[in-house]
Design a protein around this ligand. Structure first.
Ligand SMILES: C[S@@+](CC[C@H](N)C(=O)[O-])C[C@H]1O[C@@H](n2cnc3c(N)ncnc32)[C@H](O)[C@@H]1O
Length: 223
């Protein structure tokens, strides 16, 4: 078996054994084909990880950058419970429409708001609204803007909040200081901001699975 197939098979095994992806999650994942970028949602085990993190910290307010078809959004919406709220920022109206439909069908439409537009702008507008702080932030939109999203996140969180920055390996480019690829620079700059911010503590993990070689940073806002 090729190693990519083996990674996918192990993800399938973990999903069947532990993740308990129900029909609504499968339907939402399937809705991905109607999005502008099929195939880039988190995997089922990653979605469950986000939900577990949210539940572990008792998150009631979650902010997401990058909705796509709403798959990670559904995991997070379930994790915050009926009194919780998820606000998801998405560039494309097409994706927001697909996501809203799936989230409504899953019975969580009332606890999710999707704001459409460039997240640099929608997150700045959100900061200006001075909302209650978010307990968990999942940053999973365009990677070049990660530094801006992290800056907005600092204005929108509190000590104790958890931040997950997705897709940090960039096929290894993140570890190449000479890479000028905008995605790698976006990740490197955001991670440098984390490292230099005394309020934050973090680690990053590389992963393999149905999505190949990937990884995420887990960031804890201590103060
Ligand atoms: C990796 S996908 C999100 C996947 C989703 N979080 C999930 O796991 O189910 C990235 C999303 O970010 C959106 N996006 C890209 N550039 C953006 C921008 N400038 N502002 C807001 N969203 C953006 C894309 O349209 C896409 O839906």
């Amino acid at each position: 078996m090729h190693r990519d197939q083996a990674w996918a098979a192990v993800d399938d095994y973990f999903t069947a054994e532990l993740v308990q992806e129900d029909q609504a999650l499968r339907d939402t994942a399937a809705g991905d084909v109607r999005s502008t970028a099929p195939g880039i949602a988190v995997s089922a085990p990653q979605g469950k990880l986000l939900a577990l993190l949210a539940e572990m910290i008792g998150a009631r307010r979650v902010l997401e950058f990058g909705t796509l078809a709403g798959y990670s959004t559904l995991w997070l919406a379930r994790a915050v419970g009926p009194t919780g709220q998820v606000l998801s920022l998405e560039l494309q109206e097409q994706n927001a429409a697909v996501a809203r439909q799936s989230l409504a069908a899953a019975g969580v439409g009332d606890r999710v708001e999707i704001r459409v537009g460039p997240a640099v702008e929608t997150s700045a507008a959100l900061v200006a609204e001075r909302p209650d702080p978010f307990d968990l932030v999942f940053i999973d939109a365009d990677k070049p803007n990660n530094p801006t999203y992290l800056e907005a996140t600092m204005a929108l969180t509190r000590p104790g909040s958890v931040i997950v920055l997705d897709n940090v390996t960039r096929q290894g480019r993140v570890a190449d200081p000479d890479s000028s690829a905008p995605d790698a620079v976006g990740v490197r700059t955001a991670l440098r901001m984390v490292a230099e911010d005394p309020r934050l503590d973090a680690t990053a993990l590389q992963t393999v699975g149905v999505k190949g070689w990937d990884g995420f940073a887990l960031i804890y806002r201590r103060s």
